[in-house]
Design a protein around this ligand. Structure first.
Ligand SMILES: Nc1nc2c(ncn2[C@@H]2O[C@H](COP(=O)(O)OP(=O)(O)OP(=O)(O)O)[C@@H](O)[C@H]2O)c(=O)[nH]1
Ligand SMILES: [Mg+2]
Length: 293
């Protein structure tokens, strides 16, 4: 079995050396994607014997994951395990993420921070990640606990079927939503994470908002009937209710209640637009899928 660890790294000169040396002890081959770091990350990773992919400029976490997927395919890997470069993930947890894939029990294994207690995790991050995971679960067959963890294992089938397109942190949900839609088996394994000195390199609110928007985008593409259809039918129902009410009032009193009419007509228009959109997007997405197969 050809297994490698893929590490997306952006300005991680402080942590990358110890992450690579600890992983090497487990005998794993290591691929580092240097995402346009302007510190010594690239040189250190090279010196530590990792295979280094270099982005000339910073393209984003998602772009780094995309490059690692591409390299894994190119190398004909059977399994790619991704983990962060900031020392938050423990190399000894690789086995827990890898084994279910080697035993063919799952196609994707997520190292979840919510299956065992992770005391160090700041509560605002717990809340944020749980909220985003809840949103992702609306588009996943199997409900999961941590859709944002970057510590994951992917088998060969997933690596060849999915090409991540999201350049930001939204890639984590993108891969899961696409994989679930294609029927891949997603599982979770417990991991411990350290938050010593809070290593995060982005603002939690902007990070959270960008991930929520990109997740909505992928849910709307993968599940247009659900995403647009259901609200469309609700608006149509409310609109028709108000129109009938206005008509009834008019027949009884010969008077027009403008606000009833406005609510009614705008509800019907919005409803029709959303339902049309759902059908249109559904047929376009399926047409593209048929063309692709
Ligand atoms: N933030 C950020 N990280 C990147 C980028 N490209 C690669 N990375 C790497 O992606 C991994 C995850 O980034 P983190 O900033 O630790 O994100 P996080 O783990 O969700 O946030 P924390 O839980 O606070 O650490 C790290 O190894 C980064 O070095 C990028 O453009 N921005
Ligand atoms: Mg981190």
């Amino acid at each position: 079995m050809k297994v490698a660890i893929g590490i997306p790294a952006y300005n991680e000169e402080k942590n990358i050396a110890s992450v690579i040396s600890k992983l090497s002890k487990f005998g794993y081959s290591i691929i580092v994607c240097d995402d346009g770091s302007d510190d010594q990350t690239n040189q250190i990773a090279e010196k530590m014997g990792a295979l280094v992919i270099t982005h000339k400029k910073n393209l984003g976490y998602g772009a780094a994951i995309g490059s690692l997927f591409f390299k894994a395919k190119d190398m004909g890997l059977d399994v790619l395990v991704t983990m962060d470069a900031d020392g938050q993930h423990r190399p000894k947890d690789v086995k827990a993420v890898l084994d279910p894939i080697l035993n063919e029990e799952a196609d994707i294994v997520i190292g979840s921070r919510f299956l065992v207690e992770n005391k160090e995790m700041p509560s605002y991050r717990k809340t944020g990640i749980k909220m985003i995971t809840k949103l992702a679960n609306t588009a996943l067959d199997k409900q999961i606990t941590d859709s944002q963890s970057g510590f994951r294992g992917y088998n060969k089938k997933v690596l060849s079927a999915i090409s991540p397109s999201e350049s930001g942190m939204g890639v984590s949900n993108e891969i899961l939503i696409k994989a679930s839609k294609q029927g891949f088996k997603i599982d979770e394994a417990p991991i411990k994470v350290s938050y010593e000195g809070d290593t995060s390199t982005h603002h939690p609110v902007s990070h959270g908002v960008s991930v929520i928007f990109s997740t909505m985008k992928f849910i709307s593409i993968e599940h247009p009937l659900k995403f647009y259809g259901i609200p469309g039918i609700v608006f149509l129902g409310i609109g028709l209710f108000f129109v009938v009410w206005a008509l009834q009032y008019f027949t009884e009193t010969r008077q027009i209640l403008t606000n009833l009419v406005i609510i009614g007509v705008s509800g019907v228009i919005l409803g029709v637009v959303l339902v049309m959109n759902a059908i249109l997007l559904y047929s376009i997405v399926n047409l593209i899928r048929e063309k692709r197969n």
